[in-house]
Design a protein around this ligand. Structure first.
Ligand code: F6P
Length: 360
């Protein structure tokens, strides 16, 4: 196996707390093995544009462990294989250009940190011959093959804090508060933050809801004297027989944008119960800020393991968390799939046992 001397690292897709912790772990652990690291900015664009890459030394990553965002920047657009790119040197097919410039840069391998989209793109480049390892990132926790992704714990922690705050104002005004959380087509954030925050109703994509059931749960709570209710709704939740709420349809190069579920839900519940309802959309606040200690630790382990896999020549793999170990999982087994909440999961059952309504 040829010795690895120089690797690139990039971050792609929506940001998530812990990206910098992975970058730091990659740089430090590679450096300690005599491997040079090149930071590629804005995902694979870092290979295309000469001013978008730079050498990263331990000194460059000192102090970034606790920072949200990514020092490399990221892009969250759809299929880079679809559109040609125009550079001062001419017009190129994006993928061909990435392949060419990867070799021209003298890189031996890449660490690609990203969610489903970036991992799918990475898988395609891996198939075309770029030696690389993927690291799973997403607040949505919807990547198959790994028990958890960094960013999820931080998002849940923030959403739980928000629900705690909404409890006090909901109780003071005897209102219904509807909180919309992210997660795309998986209900992990809604379920975990809903349970941790003591929500009365949790609506998630895996369980299409009936608003009459939700309204009845709220009336029942009023009947025994609670007089306020907290409803957590995932952005990807939908009513039985209805559609997911979209802000923007998918278009060439862009995935659809989810949003609006909480507003509709609050209006409907107000009409059905006669109680005042307000809604809050937590949005990108869930992706901002410092990673939790759990995410810092997981991200650090992921970064170090990614370098291990590169050194051992285990390419085309994603680092996966299979407690208590980190293991390589083929990217081919991961891409194009979504890990949703199993309906028989013990957390769903525990919530039901406590009387939480899922609107079904
Ligand atoms: O995948 C992470 C995520 O935050 C989703 O939960 C959300 O639907 C989406 O990204 C938002 O993306 P954007 O930053 O493009 O608005």
């Amino acid at each position: 196996m040829p010795t690895v001397q120089k690797i690139g690292v990039l971050t792609g897709g929506g940001d998530a707390p812990g990206l910098n912790a992975v970058i730091r772990a990659v740089v430090k652990s590679a450096h300690n093995r005599g491997i040079e690291v090149i930071g590629l900015e804005d995902s694979f664009d870092g290979l295309i544009y000469p001013d978008k890459s730079r050498k990263l030394t331990p000194r460059d990553v000192t102090g970034i462990l606790r920072l949200g965002g990514t020092v490399l920047g990221t892009v969250n657009r759809g299929d880079p294989f679809a559109a040609p790119i125009v550079t001062p040197e001419g017009t190129f097919n994006y993928a061909d250009r990435v392949m060419e410039l990867f070799h021209r840069a003298g890189l031996d391998a890449l660490v690609c940190i990203g969610g489903d989209g970036t991992l799918a793109i990475s898988h395609e480049f891996s198939r075309r011959g770029i030696p690389l390892v993927g690291v799973p990132k997403t607040i949505d926790n919807d990547i198959v093959g790994t028990n958890s992704c960094f960013g999820f714990d931080s998002a849940v922690s923030f959403a739980t804090d928000a629900i705690d705050r909404l409890h006090t104002t909901a109780e003071a005004h005897r209102r219904i508060m509807v909180v919309e959380v992210m997660g795309r087509y998986a209900g992990w954030i809604a379920l975990h933050a809903g349970v941790a925050g003591g929500a009365d109703v949790i609506l998630m994509p895996e369980i299409p809801y009936d608003l009459e059931m939700v309204a009845q749960c709220i009336r029942d709570r009023d009947a025994w004297g609670a007089r306020f209710s907290i409803v957590v709704i995932a952005e990807g939740a939908r009513p039985k027989g209805g559609q997911v709420s979209l802000i923007e349809e998918a278009s060439r190069g862009h995935v659809e944008r989810l949003g609006g579920a909480a507003m509709t839900c609050a209006k409907e519940l107000e009409a059905r119960t006669g109680k005042e309802a307000r809604y809050v959309v937590l949005g990108h606040l869930q992706r901002g800020g410092a990673p939790t200690s759990f995410d810092r630790t997981l991200a650090t382990r992921f970064g170090s393991k990614a370098v291990d896999l590169i050194v051992s020549g285990d390419f085309g793999m994603m680092v996966a968390n299979c407690p208590p170990d980190l293991v390589p999982v083929p990217l081919a087994d991961v891409v194009g799939k979504t890990k949703t909440v199993p309906l028989d999961s013990d957390l769903v059952q525990a919530a039901r046992a406590l009387g939480v309504s899922f609107g079904d």
